[in-house]
Design a protein around this ligand. Sequence first.
Ligand code: PMM
Length: 268
Amino acid sequence: MTDDRGLPVVIGVLNVTPDSFSDGGLYQDLEAAVAHGVQLRDEGAYVIDVGGESTRPGAERVDAGTEIKRVIPVIEALRAAGVPTSVDTSRASVAAAALEAGASIVNDVSGGLADPAMVRVVAEAGCPYVIMHWRGHSRDMQKLATYGDVVTEVRDELRQRVDEALAAGIAGERIIVDPGLGFAKTAEHNWAICRRLSEIISIGYPVLFAASRKSYLGLLLDGRPAAERDAATAATSVLAAQAGAWGVRVHDVRATMDALKVWRQWTL
Ligand code: PMM
């Protein structure tokens, strides 16, 4: 699974939540959500990542039924429009319903930790599985941001999650790993991961880099709000590509595609 244009895979973010940190509330209406997904695909996204539960720091969980009600109609409508989707969930029941509705990738921010049934669902479906580095649910994850050396620990914990996925029968070539910027990580931890992304890549699986609009970029930009961090995000997309990332997950697909096209020409 690679982008045949010689670019990293660009995954477009579509949150159907009232409270995600940057696009919460914008796409709760089915028509608006589908139109946005189609737009992101037209701008160059390889797949649209549909999420029904906010994972911003401090967020409370919603129940599985609510998550399903939010994501399934969007996934079905995007499938009808010919737009490939992934489902952003850490619940096996939501992943199973989403795969049934036409999603082709499971993006699990908990890397299998939140729901022990997840790896079985993914193994049975035989679909690509994004394993993100995670230490706990959003409500209190920032209390878990304690590391000796963050990059080494994230790498080692991701390796453990990968081993568990393999043991559950998920094929190695279906696995993608993600260092989970901002999840139980301070701004300094995120920057350390950026600087040493090659150490995450050394795990030997495709790496998804997902810095889009995150608060460490806002801090760098003197507190700029989330929707005004897209130029900074596009810069991270280029640097992640240069470091060898397999893919980037972004809200503003157009800006990242422009930046990646420049990168590709530059490095031909
Ligand atoms: N971040 C968010 C949600 N899902 N999935 C992956 N694989 N990696 C991430 O870093 C990640 C994610 C945070 O919320 P957003 O949907 O508003 O970006």
